[in-house]
Design a protein around this ligand. Structure first.
Ligand code: BGP
Length: 476
């Protein structure tokens, strides 16, 4: 058995809208994520079935202040450095750089904000891994064009990409074009700023938006490689293998189909063409995509360099609609797996599922993989002595890292790095809560925005520091 490569990128991950705050500071414009409220209306807004313009006046928007990294970034980078991070996966907020998405010139204050952060990281030996679009589209583009429904978004996205690729040409190597690109099928407004109104042909709209994003991703990959041939461009999938509920072949078939719904995106981004099953699916459903003659060539010639993915849980499905019980917890629907325990939010805990997912992705694409999200959302309690003893989080991460190491060392999967989600507590994407915490660092803030924002190291902080320092060997 070998060990992880010496240059393995250990780190942590966040997204702008879930940690930055400062939602209108430094010239930033509103993003689609800024109109998604906390509370009872959240889900319908994320689905795109409820109009954000019709929300009550006193609705609370967690992205507006989040954990205020906008003003705490120096202190936060110091904490990452203390844990020995070799990289930090974070996202740029598109509307911080192009407030409406259509300006002639980018917003210098926004670029400067990210440049200062990046310089600070680099000075501490932390490599930036940048997600170009993590669920946020300038709201103006949603209002004017219906977001990714329109090909206009491709031009706006490319202008944004060109600016950041040039500005950070010598400072950033790893870029991810879209976070969890398959999320647009499950939560269209959150994933891609897409609203679904009565009478809309939902499938048609979603696949058109998907096509537009896929072409934009390929064109961005081309541009990136022209600007700096050393750039490494990745796609990003909300992953988690579907298991069949039983060994009935009908269940196995159902699991294969469900996996394909998600793999579809990566099949295009990694192999460079619509797979035949997708073409047949579109035909069968009467979906005709608006395309340009050169789209095919762009897709073919500009495939990604690596495949990034998030993994929280495996999934379970059956051909029988009456089989099993739904977990209810995850965005991507799954049945309860009797062999697995679940988190307080119903997300099933399956470390071996990570090894299975790593192997499936590597078998399918044979490109380097990057685990850019993994972790346990849990309620943490500050003890009377001020300590947070999150042994449950350590147990979750330890079990997953062990399986990850087996995938690399025993199965030969090529893996660039591991950046657990929410290394510092932040706003939950699915629920908008602060209570659902993932971090090694606790942030004093509650669901309604109250708290001092003080950062406190949890027990897992020192544990993760040791994991990184030993390159995972301390877990053997
Ligand atoms: C992924 C998103 C993240 C993140 C994570 C955890 O889907 O890319 O933005 O938040 O899931 O999910 P949640 O915050 O809902 O617990």
């Amino acid at each position: 058995m070998g060990s992880l490569p010496e240059n393995f990128l250990w780190g942590g991950a966040t997204a702008a809208n879930q940690c930055e705050g400062g939602y209108l500071e430094g010239g930033k414009g509103l993003g689609t994520v800024d109109v998604i409220p906390w509370g009872a209306d959240r889900r319908a807004v994320m689905l795109g079935t409820k109009d954000y313009r019709e929300l009550p006046k006193d609705a609370y928007y967690p992205s507006h202040e989040a954990i205020d990294m906008y003003h705490h970034w120096k202190e936060d980078i110091a904490l990452m450095a203390e844990m020995g991070f070799r990289c930090y996966r974070f996202s740029f907020s598109w509307s911080r750089i192009f407030p409406t998405g259509e300006e002639e010139e980018p917003n210098e204050d926004g670029l400067r904000f990210y440049e200062d952060m990046i310089d600070e990281m680099l000075s501490r030996g932390i490599r930036p891994v940048v997600t170009i679009c993590h669920f946020d589209v300038p709201l103006h583009l949603e209002q004017k064009y219906g977001s990714w429904r329109s090909r206009k978004l491709i031009d706006a996205y490319l202008r944004y990409c060109e600016v950041i690729f040039r500005r950070f040409r010598d400072k950033v190597t790893y870029w991810i074009t879209f976070n969890e690109i398959n999320m647009l099928m499950h939560l269209p407004f959150m994933g891609a700023g897409i609203s679904i109104r009565e009478g809309d042909n939902e499938l048609q709209i979603k696949y058109q938006a998907a096509h537009n994003e896929l072409v934009a991703s390929a064109m961005a990959t081309k541009l990136a490689h022209e600007i700096n041939p050393d750039f490494q461009i990745g796609c990003m999938l909300a992953a988690g293998q579907f298991y069949p509920y039983t060994c009935n072949p009908a269940d196995v078939w159902e699991a294969l189909l469900k996996d394909r719904n998600n793999y579809f995106f990566i099949d295009v981004q990694s192999r460079g063409a619509y797979p035949s099953y997708a073409k047949r699916f579109l035909e069968r459903n009467g979906i005709v995509l608006e395309t340009e003659p050169e789209d095919k060539r762009f897709l073919k010639e500009n495939t990604v360099d690596f495949i990034a993915f998030s993994y929280y849980a495996s999934r379970l499905t059956s051909a029988d609609p009456d089989a099993g019980v739904s977990t209810g917890g995850n965005v991507i629907q799954s049945l309860k797996n009797p062999h697995l325990k679940a988190s307080e939010w119903g997300w099933q805990i399956d470390p071996l599922g990570l090894r299975i997912t790593l192997n499936s992705l590597y078998d399918r694409y044979q490109k380097p993989l990057f685990i850019v999200e993994n972790g346990l959302g849990a309620v943490d309690k500050v003890d009377e002595d001020g300590q947070i003893r999150d042994d449950y989080r350590i147990a979750y991460l330890e079990a997953h890292i062990r399986e990850m190491m087996k995938a690399v060392e025993e199965d030969g999967v090529e893996l660039i790095g591991y950046t657990p989600w929410g290394w510092i507590d932040l706003v939950s994407a699915s629920t908008g809560e602060m209570k659902k915490r993932y971090g090694f660092v606790y942030v004093d803030r509650d669901n309604t925005g109250k708290g001092t924002l003080k950062r406190i190291r949890k027990k897992s902080f020192e544990w993760y520091r040791q994991v990184i320092a030993s390159n995972g060997e301390c877990l053997k």
